[in-house]
Design a protein around this ligand. Structure first.
Ligand SMILES: NC(=O)c1ccc[n+]([C@@H]2O[C@H](COP(=O)([O-])OP(=O)(O)OC[C@H]3O[C@@H](n4cnc5c(N)ncnc54)[C@H](O)[C@@H]3O)[C@@H](O)[C@H]2O)c1
Length: 360
């Protein structure tokens, strides 16, 4: 299979491409605009493979996409390209509307036109897999406020959409477009909605890498509000395996929720990282002394938690890492890859991109 992956230089996209090239015989065409979040160094271990091709392009560029489809003739699309950071969506939503909504529309149209021209057998096997987030479902009740006798609810594939941030609203819009293209044009789409990912090569603006790196640099470890927001954490390599199970065995028109069965309060996540660092890189005082509470994010959802029973029952996927094993691997990875971090945070990598790629 030849898979066109969008956003493959990002955190999850690069984990997916490393998985496909290392663990399968499939080929990948990686289409990425290389925004601040795109990093080709995350693909170094596979970029010399004959089964891997990188194309620097914007998913909002219809002409570029038309050429890519006609030259490379993919059997499937896995669409991960997005603006993905909630805080950035609050201070500058325009890029989120442009890439996540307009970009998904442009990509859908380019893929649909290409698909319509395929021979029947190839047309039947073609898939467009849209990768989305559990944040489209909004907020779940928090244990603090739960007075019912039954268990706390989880997000299922049938939960109504109620996004809270410009980021999640833009992802919800793109999910709706993808479903409409399936229903209206019979275009063979599948949607997955996943919980918070963590692991190697995560851009250091997100909670877990930010805390690890700030801790090592003696900086404050910022916690929004009381730190009692709950997220369901999934190790990124487990997500990559789930995505591959869906593209190869998922049913057209279906949605699959993907989660880690690891509900943790943000404060607990930060304290766990401090404890691991206290053990493997001790300093005079515990790293937890660096925890600092900051004003909460506007519209901050209190709890996300996924019911992933459908993908487990129907496709046989379940996470391999526990939070305890995955977070240890992640902390150790950052300790051993400070050069990767230095490169992207110092601007050296962006300078290299500017020298080697025309900026779009
Ligand atoms: N990170 C999470 O915890 C999480 C959880 C569930 C779902 N998701 C979804 O998974 C996908 C990937 O997330 P991520 O964390 O890897 O994001 P990321 O921000 O790390 O990477 C996004 C990638 O998309 C590229 N990109 C951005 N705009 C583009 C454009 N216009 N054209 C082409 N490429 C463009 C960037 O250069 C980057 O390589 C996103 O769609 C996100 O909504 C993320």
């Amino acid at each position: 299979m030849k898979i066109l992956v969008t956003g493959g230089a990002g955190f999850i996209g690069s984990a997916l491409i490393r998985y496909i090239i290392n663990e399968t015989n499939d080929s990948v065409i990686n289409v990425d605009k290389l925004t601040y979040a795109g990093n080709l160094q995350s693909l170094k271990e596979i970029d010399s493979s004959e089964r891997y091709t990188f194309i620097h392009a914007d998913i909002c560029d219809a002409q570029a996409l038309e050429t890519i489809f006609s030259v490379h003739k993919p059997d499937a699309v896995m669409h991960l390209a997005a603006e993905s950071h909630v805080d950035r969506s609050i201070t500058g939503p325009a890029a989120f509307i442009e890439t996540n909504i307009v970009g998904t529309y442009v990509l859908l149209e380019a893929a649909r036109k290409y698909w319509q021209g395929l021979e029947e057998a190839q047309k039947d096997n073609f898939r467009f897999h849209h990768i989305s987030t559990d944040e489209v479902y909004g907020d779940l009740p928090h244990p603090d406020e739960w007075k019912e006798k039954c268990e706390l609810p989880l997000f299922t594939e049938k939960t109504a959409y109620a996004p809270s941030s410009p980021y999640s609203a833009s992802k919800a819009s793109s999910d709706h477009l993808v479903r409409a293209w399936q229903r209206t044009y019979n275009f063979p789409t599948i949607v997955t909605n996943c919980s918070n990912n963590y692991g190697p090569y995560h851009f250091p603006e997100k909670l877990i890498p930010l805390v690890i790196l700030n801790a090592l640099q003696g900086k404050a470890l910022p916690i929004y509000g009381k730190g009692d927001q709950i997220r369901d954490w999934l190790f990124v390599e487990d997500h990559a395996r789930a995505l591959y199970a869906v593209i190869t065995r998922g049913e057209v028109g279906e949605t699959y929720n993907i989660g880690g069965y690891n509900e943790k309060q943000n404060l607990e996540v930060v304290q766990t990282i401090c404890k691991i660092l206290d053990e493997i890189k001790p300093q005079e005082t515990s790293y937890s002394q660096q925890i600092t509470y900051v004003a909460d994010r506007p519209g901050h959802d209190r709890r996300y938690a996924i019911d992933a029973s459908k993908i487990t029952q129907q496709l046989g996927w379940k996470p391999q890492e526990t939070f305890e094993s995955g977070i240890k691997k992640t902390v150790n990875w950052y300790l051993n890859h400070l050069e990767w971090v230095e490169n992207i945070t110092s601007g050296a990598y962006q300078d290299w991109i500017n020298e080697n790629y025309e900026q779009r």
